[in-house]
Design a protein around this ligand. Structure first.
Ligand code: AMP
Length: 129
């Protein structure tokens, strides 16, 4: 399987990406949580019984530029939101997996940082071979 098909994961940020449009309310999403720093919504193509995406509200292409350039308050707010969503949805009892793709080898498709939150069944090995 060739995984080298995703976006670069590097700036510049594209304001026309699909998650930017969701943040602006231009296309719908099935929202599960929102605060000052983050929005969480159901993935349109779930890979587990529960598959939620959590995105920061700021303009970050991937984890790399978020970690390097986001103000401390945005990083704290976003990470706390991810934890809050997992707890709020009841995932802590059975456990869950977080995943964030960055760049071509990860096959990142959407160039706005997002954390996948998977839960609802045993999730198998860490990586598909
Ligand atoms: P990634 O490969 O990490 O960039 O993941 C992108 C994810 O976004 C995939 O799991 C898609 O199913 C999901 N996705 C794409 N468009 C939408 C949308 N409009 N609403 C919700 N999830 C979406």
């Amino acid at each position: 399987m060739n995984l080298n098909q995703g976006v670069s994961g590097r700036p510049p940020y594209d304001d026309n990406n699909i998650f930017a449009k969701i943040l602006r309310g231009e296309i719908p999403s099935r929202k599960v949580y929102e605060d000052e720093f983050a929005l969480a919504f159901h993935d349109i193509n779930p890979q587990a019984p529960h598959h939620v995406l959590v995105i920061p509200k700021g303009r970050y292409v991937a984890f790399a530029d978020f970690a390097a350039t986001a103000p401390d308050a945005e990083i704290t707010g976003f990470i706390r939101a991810v934890g809050h969503v997992a707890r709020m949805l009841g995932f802590e009892e059975s456990g869950y997996r977080l995943l964030a793709n960055m760049g071509p080898d990860s096959h990142q498709e959407v160039p706005h940082l997002h954390v996948h939150l998977f839960a609802g069944r045993p999730l198998g090995p860490m990586l598909a071979t």
